[in-house]
Design a protein around this ligand. Structure first.
Ligand code: 5RP
Length: 293
């Protein structure tokens, strides 16, 4: 018990200095609870407002993806340069040391493989396990226009409901079916549905034409997936354009871990995302770091 003897009289009231009551830095997130905001502030850098999520969850439907065969050897060294790591609970528990303090975004949906219909997913992680793993957000795939569209939307809304009770944000990952057009109209539809139904942030793909209309009519932050491996300069240009057109970061996988120099690439992506570095300068940085080994 605190010592009650010799209690000093309180006097530093700073009367006349109004208590600050700032809005939260992240788009559409001001009315969230403290725990939600705190977790989002671990994912999105409060200074830049943006994030570099390193996505390494591909194995949940396609097994040992190129570059992810040995996450312990090839991905853990990238952790110091990422803002958050997006992965499955299997990899988290088997490979990632609990002493690592990087915020985790857990892949919380699954149930189909590349051999079958991908949209046939369920929630694959119970909320109490997400709490146990101390995750900063939960990611769920949403297949707008896909065969199991309704099921995937309900996975998302159930996860959001559970997450709200625990103070854990939900990331809706918009997955595009094989036969669907990857255009602004589709991505406006998909991202807006996810946000309307309560997703705290949304992941989608970058498109050249009209991406700014996708970000502007989505009331919560958007991060872009990297997509299939393209040349480093092109990937940096894509990240740059996405940020300039309103994205709040990247959730990038293959264009980092399949790069000739993943460590150089993730730092160059970080310069674009957090410092608005141009693709030319970021590519120079990539080459310099790559040559330094
Ligand atoms: C899998 C995912 C991946 O995390 C996502 O595709 C990001 O990785 P990449 O940049 O390789 O596309 O959500 O469904």
């Amino acid at each position: 018990m605190a010592d009650l003897d010799g209690v000093k009289e309180a006097k530093n009231f700073h009367a006349g200095v109004p208590q600050q009551s700032d809005g939260f830095f992240l788009k559409g997130s001001n009315s969230l609870d403290w725990g939600m905001k705190n977790r989002l502030a671990r994912i999105f850098n409060p200074k830049s407002g943006n994030t570099v999520m390193l996505a390494v969850d591909h194995g949940y439907f396609q097994g040992p993806t190129t570059g992810l065969e040995r996450i312990d050897l090839d991905i853990l060294p990238l952790v110091p340069y990422a803002d958050t790591l997006m992965l499955t609970r299997g990899i988290l528990r088997s490979v990632v040391p609990p002493s690592m303090t990087l915020p985790i975004v857990i892949r919380a949906s699954g149930g189909s493989s590349i051999l079958k219909e991908l949209s046939n997913e369920e929630i694959a992680v119970a909320i109490d396990d997400s709490i146990r793993m101390n995750v900063s957000a939960m990611a769920v795939q949403v297949f707008i226009g896909g065969e199991y569209e309704k099921q995937s939307i309900h996975n998302m809304t159930r996860l959001i409901d559970q997450g709200i009770r625990a103070g854990i944000p939900t990331l809706a990952v918009t997955a595009v079916g094989k036969d669907m057009a990857r255009d602004a109209r589709y991505f406006r539809l998909a991202t807006r549905i996810c946000a309307e139904l309560g997703a705290h942030y949304v992941k989608t793909y970058y498109i050249e034409d009209g991406f700014e209309t996708v970000t502007s009519c989505c009331p919560v932050p958007i991060v872009i997936a990297g997509g299939k491996k393209i040349p480093e300069f092109d990937a940096l240009t894509m990240a740059y354009n996405a940020i300039q057109k309103g994205a709040n970061g990247v959730d990038m996988g293959r264009n980092i871990f399949q790069s000739e120099s993943p460590k150089a690439m993730i730092q160059a992506v970080g310069a674009v995302v957090h410092n608005n570095e141009t693709p030319e300068k970021a590519f120079q940085m990539y080459n310099d770091l790559k040559n330094q080994g």
